[in-house]
Every structure is written in structure tokens, then in C-alpha cells.
Design a binder for this molecule. Structure first.
Ligand SMILES: C[S@@+](CC[C@H](N)C(=O)[O-])C[C@H]1O[C@@H](n2cnc3c(N)ncnc32)[C@H](O)[C@@H]1O
Length: 232
């Protein structure tokens, strides 16, 4: 699968005008609940003090969901698609959105209390490198989290969902957004080829995260995988 930065950036630049609408339409609004759930898990009374970073923030919906939890923190969003970042900036002036590469985050080591990534790491051409960057910029006792699609395990549901995801969703996506870089065909292909939540948890462990949790959402259609960076 071609995950070259040029292809991925071009694809998200071209679907940016349709991105939010199609996210909510194709998921029947469930994506909002997944982001709100993620925000509740990551920002609460147990979260250490400090700034929050949303890597591959796209149009900023997760960044905003995180900010709603504790507006007094500083929230940063970074993404390499200018068109996506432009849309994020239009939603609010209170968050710090900028363009940048997830594989070379322009931040010092041990900088953030929480680093989150929603539906983004799967698109980064080097999964381990992207995750390692998130761990690098995380403070001791801070949290690194990845939210993404996964495949349901219940047999009938798995088949129904697979049919919707690989046959119906790409057609609807193309009706609206056009066949721009085949983005809505790439989506199911990339999910099917990507790590399972357990594999992602294994990568986190390799990178030294501890207390790793896998939280399955909506019968396993999505999963939140997250861990804590322990003091060295
Ligand atoms: C499916 S969108 C997710 C956007 C947002 N996190 C959300 O929850 O809707 C994936 C995003 O990852 C970004 N992306 C992919 N590879 C990247 C990289 N190497 N560096 C920065 N952003 C990247 C894309 O530009 C795109 O905006």
C-alpha cells in the first residue's frame, strides 16, 4: 500500500472540505462519541499537569474534545496537511494548530503531559517511528494514546461490518468527495492492513510504555490503546 507522505498529504488536502461531514455521516455520528470517550479517559483528575498534543490532528475535532475537558491547559494540534490545519484553525482561535510531520515532531523531549492520535498513526508511513516520536515528547508519568478503527470480533457483525466498510462506505465517500486519490477505498484497505489493537499495545510496550490499556469501542469497530511513560 502506498503510504508515501506525498500521496497521504495530497489525499487529505483534497478531501479536507468533505472530511468532517463524511466522518459524521458515514459513522452515524459515532465518531463524536469515540473522541469524547477518548477525551474523558485522557483528561481527568489523574492526569498530570502540563500541555496536551494531538498528533495528526486533521480538522481538530479530537483537540477540541480534549480542550472541553479542561480548558485551562494549553492544547496543540499538528498535521502535515495544510488544508486540514486550515479547517482546524477556522473552528477556534484558542488552540495552537500548526503544520508539521509526525515523524519529526518540532518539540523538545519530555514536553507534554498527554499525546493523543486519532485515526492518524495508521496513515504514517513508519508506524513505529511515529509512535516513538509521540513517546519522546511525552513527560514522565504522561500518557500516549492512539484511537483507531479495528475489526469487530463477533462473526456475523464482523462480516456485516466488513461488507459496509469495504463495499458501501467507499461508494458513498466517492459520491460526495469524488474519486480524489481513491481516499475512501484507501480507508478500509489501510484499516485491514494496519496493526490490531493488541499489536499496537505490543509496540507501545517495546517503546517502554507501561500500564497499557486496550478499550474496545462500539463492538470492536474502534479501539483506544494507551499507556503511561514511566520515569527512567
Ligand atoms: C484520518 S485523518 C484524522 C484526523 C483527526 N485526528 C481526526 O480525528 O479526525 C488522518 C490525518 O493524519 C495526517 N497525517 C498522516 N500522516 C502524517 C504525518 N506523517 N505527519 C503529520 N500528519 C500526518 C493527515 O494529514 C490527516 O489529516
Amino acid at each position: 500500500m502506498d503510504k508515501s507522505p506525498q500521496r497521504i498529504r495530497g489525499m487529505f488536502d483534497s478531501i479536507a472540505p468533505w472530511y468532517d461531514f463524511l466522518n459524521h455521516f458515514l459513522s452515524l455520528g459515532i465518531d463524536r462519541r469515540w473522541r469524547a470517550f477518548t477525551a474523558r479517559q485522557l483528561i481527568n483528575a489523574d492526569t498530570i499537569d502540563g500541555d496536551v498534543l494531538d498528533v495528526c490532528c486533521g480538522t481538530g475535532d479530537l483537540t477540541l474534545a480534549l480542550q472541553r475537558r479542561q480548558p485551562q491547559r494549553s492544547y496543540y494540534g499538528i498535521d502535515f496537511s495544510e488544508a486540514m490545519i486550515e479547517r482546524a484553525k477556522r473552528k477556534t482561535g484558542t488552540l495552537i494548530f500548526s503544520t508539521g510531520d509526525a515523524l519529526h515532531l518540532p518539540f523538545d523531549d519530555n514536553r507534554f503531559a498527554v499525546i493523543a492520535n486519532a485515526f492518524g498513526l495508521r496513515n504514517v508511513c513508519d508506524t513505529q517511528g511515529g509512535l516513538a516520536e509521540m513517546v519522546r515528547v511525552c513527560k514522565a508519568d504522561g500518557t500516549v494514546a492512539v484511537l483507531d478503527f479495528s475489526m469487530p470480533v463477533l462473526p456475523v457483525l464482523r462480516q456485516l461490518y466488513r461488507f459496509y466498510f469495504t463495499s458501501v462506505l467507499p461508494r458513498i465517500g466517492e459520491w460526495f468527495a469524488g474519486n480524489r486519490n481513491a481516499a475512501y477505498r484507501y480507508l478500509p484497505q489501510s484499516v485491514l492492513a494496519f496493526d490490531s489493537p493488541q499489536q499496537l499495545a505490543g509496540r507501545m510496550e517495546q517503546l517502554g510504555l507501561q500500564n497499557i490499556r486496550i478499550q474496545s469501542l462500539t463492538f470492536g469497530i474502534a479501539a483506544l490503546v494507551w499507556g503511561r511513560k514511566i520515569k527512567h
